[in-house]
Ligand binder design. Structure first.
Ligand code: PBE
Length: 267
């Protein structure tokens, strides 16, 4: 039947991303939790590798299943669809959250206030990500800050400047998070901070904030994608709430493929 043909054409492989990504764990759990998906495997690689495989498949009009997410420029570059996930294991709509180390409020009250107020929308982060395909994230973030003074003012109104205090923002290495971290860097630098951005795996990011080795992060996806890390460290971190709402993970396929749900992969 068709599903069998599809499975064979894909060698029962879902094209995935980095082993340390929250999404990689969710995708593996999903393949185990749906009955009759036993033969399917997740092939871990890198985000760049996955995007390359997607591009090749689309150029050749071939099938492919990837672990995708939004906001992401893949949805403006290609005509794609999420496969329905009736068990909701890849997560529904999520938030991106801001977390700080304990003591940050006392040590760096101005930065803490700005990070606490930081909130923007998918269209904002998309604008930075889009530009950053052509220019460095740092410049794309600068441009966004220049073009959005009202939003920046909401985060910074009345906040006192400091004189060269150093602050380390820990992040994951994906585009959404590089965009938000660079915008925060730009805004904090305008308030006198010296900002370092350190991109690491999600596990290391949570570990660093909990241990007080990094000062804050604007990168965690919750309540699902990074839930295991959050649960492990929640007593040792300060939760400043969401900075963006409306993210989505899932199995993603080109729109020309004749399947709509994860169940459609079953023989
Ligand atoms: N992502 C993008 C990350 C979080 C941001 C979905 C690839 C992850 O799975 O950890």
């Amino acid at each position: 039947n068709d599903t069998q043909n599809l499975g064979e054409a894909l060698e029962y492989t879902i094209t995935g991303i980095e082993p340390g990504a929250g999404l990689t764990g969710l995708a593996k759990d999903t393949l185990e939790a749906y009955e009759n998906l036993k033969g399917w495997e997740l092939q871990e690689s890198s985000t760049a590798g996955m995007m390359g495989a997607l591009d090749d498949a689309i150029k050749n009009n071939e099938p492919i299943i990837i672990t995708g997410w939004g906001p992401h420029w893949m949805f403006s570059a290609y005509d794609l669809k999420f496969l329905e996930d009736s068990k909701g294991l890849l997560g529904g709509t999520e938030d991106i959250q801001t977390l700080a180390r304990k003591g940050l409020e006392e040590d760096m009250p101005s930065a803490y206030t700005i990070l606490d107020r930081f909130y923007w929308e998918p269209k904002d982060v998309e604008a930075v990500m889009y530009e950053a395909q052509e220019i460095p994230f740092e410049e794309a973030a600068k441009n966004w800050v220049e073009e959005n003074p009202d939003k920046v003012k909401e985060w910074t109104d009345g906040v006192e400047k400091v004189d060269g205090q150093e602050i380390e923002l820990v992040t994951t290495p994906w585009d959404t998070e590089l965009a938000s971290s660079n915008v925060m860097k730009e805004v904090l630098e305008a308030h006198g901070y010296k900002v370092t951005i350190t991109p690491v795996d999600p596990a290391v990011m949570f570990q660093a904030i909990a241990a007080g080795e990094g000062d804050a992060t604007v990168a965690p996806w919750l309540p699902t994608t990074h839930n295991a890390f959050y649960e492990k460290h929640k007593d040792d971190i300060v939760d400043l709430g969401e900075n963006l709402t409306g993210t989505q993970n899932g199995f993603v396929v080109p729109a020309y493929m004749d399947i709509d749900s994860i169940e459609d992969l079953m023989p």
